[in-house]
Design a protein around this ligand. Structure first.
Ligand SMILES: [Zn+2]
Length: 163
């Protein structure tokens, strides 16, 4: 079976996240058609499904790859927005005291990078360093600010950090 699948998908894209979404849209449409008892909607179900199948067998891999990448990027943004929202909901008392969006290279990076070792050490104690929980990007915030909300400049994940 596996060899068979490999053969029919050779040089093709095969199923991916976009296919999953198209399939889910078809399912939603069929549910809607059932509720509305609409024949038109019933036929529309086949549109996303046909697209999903065509996609799987497409040989224009670059285009399909870009579509998939865009979908995943969009999903990532949605998830981090939801995570940020949930975190604010959980922490209760409204928003954290300050918002920082700064990465290891951002902000005063020219000072940071060109400084001598001693200055580097000083900068190390002046900043709290940590990694983005989502993408592992190195981040820092000035120390002594308590709980701050951080937006990762790379993946836009919003989270809180004690600094
Ligand atoms: Zn990140």
């Amino acid at each position: 079976m596996r060899a068979f699948l490999n053969r029919i998908f050779a040089g093709r894209r095969g199923p991916d996240a976009v296919c999953g979404v198209l399939f889910a849209i078809g399912l939603l449409l069929s549910a809607a058609a059932w509720f509305a008892k609409s024949q038109l909607l019933g036929w529309l179900v086949y549109l996303p499904w046909a697209l999903a199948v065509l996609r799987m067998f497409s040989t224009r891999l670059e285009q399909r790859y870009q579509e998939n990448r865009r979908l995943l990027a969009w999903w990532q943004r949605l998830r981090s927005a939801a995570a940020g929202w949930l975190m604010r909901l959980r922490t209760g008392k409204g928003r954290p005291n300050r918002r920082w969006a700064q990465d290891g290279m951002g902000g005063q990076s020219h000072v940071y990078r060109n400084a001598a070792h001693s200055a580097d050490a000083a900068a190390d104690t002046a900043y709290h360093h940590f990694l983005c929980p989502c993408c592992g990007q190195k981040l820092r915030v000035p120390r002594g600010r308590g709980r701050v909300e951080v937006t990762c400049p790379k993946c836009k994940t919003v989270f809180e950090e004690m600094a």
